[in-house]
Design a protein around this ligand. Structure first.
Ligand code: SIN
Length: 302
């Protein structure tokens, strides 16, 4: 029986789900409706949840498909699919504290990520920003979209992960961190909608371009996709759960609460190799109009 409601949190994307307790079994019809809402909104926020055990969270994520194994992060002792998100006074970095799509350096980056925050910073803060890459794509003029569609980008992780979790006991002396090439515009495998697939954390170059030209274009794209028009900001309450689509969104976990502590569990589902389908229909009119001048400084743009 489907009895939840999805309330949009912005005109662009994201929805808050009410009337659902994730700790209680979800029947197939409800799960199907939830997947539909996930495809429609890109990120779902579940308020007022009870603490999910590692087993329960992994069980939920598994309903979306096989799980993704993180290439670098320390995983929970109880379940190797659970990535413990934890930042405190002695943390040298806080996870996700920069614009990124989860593990886009993998050949098959995660499809979705489910995060439950168990412990909030005492003094507030620790919000997460999300940005919609479909809206960022739609906001571009058609001739610019066409140019981007022919490009491939390199995503690397050595510079992100090497030594990153040393303080949490990870010895990565022998680790080889992944790198992959993905289309700059990807087609969503379930909805067929296009989105921009480059992010400031992992994307290092446009394949086949001179380094200067590649840096210039990537920087322009990073600045474009990070515009506030494409963003929402989620302020967590204890045990809230967010489920986001990595094929469509980027996110940024704000570390404004040091020296306070923030803790949670993250589980990701395994995705497929990103692709661009040239026959997929172009989206209709942009839903966001950028003011004149906002797009002017594009490198190589006319
Ligand atoms: C992440 O990037 O997965 C962490 C997000 C968060 O802690 O809010």
């Amino acid at each position: 029986m489907v009895n939840f409601e999805a309330q949009p949190v912005s005109p662009v994307f994201g929805a808050e789900i009410t009337g659902m307790d994730l700790a209680v079994g979800i029947d197939d019809a409800t799960f199907e409706a939830l997947e539909e809402a996930f495809h429609a909104h890109g990120v779902l926020f579940f308020r007022g949840q009870s603490l999910l055990s590692a087993d329960a969270q992994v069980g939920l994520a598994r309903r979306l498909g096989p799980l993704h194994q993180h290439p670098a992060a320390p995983m929970d002792d109880a379940d190797s699919a659970v990535f413990v998100i934890h930042a405190h006074r002695d943390s040298p970095v806080a996870n996700g504290n920069g614009w990124h799509t989860d593990v886009s350096c993998d050949e098959e980056p995660p499809l979705a990520t489910m995060l439950q925050i168990h412990q909030l910073p005492q003094g507030g803060g620790g919000d997460t920003l999300f940005a919609d890459m479909e809206a960022a794509y739609r906001a571009l003029p058609p001739e610019w979209r066409s140019q981007l569609k022919s490009l491939t980008a390199r995503h690397e992780s050595e510079h992100v992960y090497r030594g990153r979790y040393a303080d949490r006991g990870v010895d990565d002396t022998d680790a080889i961190y992944p790198a992959a090439e993905h289309p700059v515009v990807r087609t969503h495998p379930d909805t067929g909608r296009p989105s921009i697939y480059v992010n400031r954390s992992f994307t290092t170059a446009i394949v086949g371009m001179e380094p200067d030209q590649s840096d210039e274009l990537l920087n322009w794209l990073f600045n474009h996709v990070e515009r506030p028009e494409f963003q929402i900001r989620f302020t967590w309450q204890q045990n809230d759960v967010a489920l986001w689509d990595n094929r469509r969104l980027q996110h940024f976990a704000i570390w404004d609460y040091w020296p306070d502590e923030r803790k949670g569990h993250r589980v990701s589902g395994r995705g497929t190799k990103p692709f661009f389908d040239p026959d997929a229909p172009e989206p209709p009119e942009p839903t966001i109009r950028l003011s004149i001048g906002a797009l002017a400084a594009r490198p190589g743009g006319s």
